[in-house]
Design a protein around this ligand. Sequence first.
Ligand code: PLP
Length: 360
Amino acid sequence: MQLRIPGPTPCPPQALEAMGRQMMNHRGKEFGEILRSTTERLKQAFQTKGDVLLLTASGTGGMEAAIVNTLSPGDKVLSISNGFFGERFGDIAQAYSAEVIRLAFEWGRPVDPDAVEKALSGHSDIKAVLVVHNETSTGMTNQLEEISAVVRKFGRLLLVDAISSLGCINLPTDDWHCDVVVTASQKGWMVPPGLAMVGVSERAWRAHAQAKMPRYYWDFGKAKSLLEKWQTPWTPAVSIFYALNVTLDLMLGEGLDNVFARHARVAEVTRNGVNSLGLSLFVDEKYSSNTVTAVNASDKIDVPELVRVLRDEHEVIISGGQGKISGKIFRIGHLGLVCEDDIKAVLEALRKALPQAEKG
Ligand code: PLP
């Protein structure tokens, strides 16, 4: 079976084996050592000298934590969106009573840094900017470096959903002045869902000291003070740590640059293969993601049927579209444990399945 959705991703056998290990005392020395070495290697992957906190949560928990730890009710935030997850980030801020100014682009269209600049010029009291690095719903990577340069010019906090990019697509957290960066274990990290990893800058800590949004489980302060003893405030997802300990070795052993290059190569094979089947991409190739490719279904392809045929007859699992583009696109995930041959097999299955999924 080939699981080619944009997360959860397949786990290498070594990670699955590691998870079969007996439980241990999460307040004991042995777990402390796992937490220490995991945190230190994650800092390398995040390319940060700041803190990286591990929260037992899915990615959305990490997004919520980013907001409640840096903002107060009534704070103005600029929520940039061009897809399903960008909208979610703004919704979370709104749920916690931030005053959300939405800068929305059409789904699948790039964020225009000039529009970000205009929005920030028009509202002098914006506290933070929310943005998704890799919009999984549309297969688009936003130009985070350019967006971050604008945000920095205005001295605002930058909160980044990098859930489906970090560890796969270059994101130098410190160089790009990202204040809170969130990713999740079931994406490029090749382990099951259960951990959100969150990078926190010095500036974010200063914001945290002033932030009044209600928080308890998500409190970065509690996480940081326990991390000083190599513990977590609440019982962590111990088995996922066992697995992550193994996959971080694999990733750093391969070398981050090589991991990024592999994702770029695999994505190119995917895009070329899709084009050669006579299909078109949902986003302009210049912005297309190296972790997930979104393909236009046009009026000709019945997406649920395509997903079914691939699953039942070819043992390939892909995703349909989300939200308002459900039925209009399908998505092939290629992040984490993936190589060119995996994708060639997916493309071959797609070639065979397409005629069966054509609308009559
Ligand atoms: N943001 C992005 C960009 C994602 O890809 C996802 C998951 O697909 C999420 C947020 C939500 O993460 P989770 O489902 O782990 O809560």
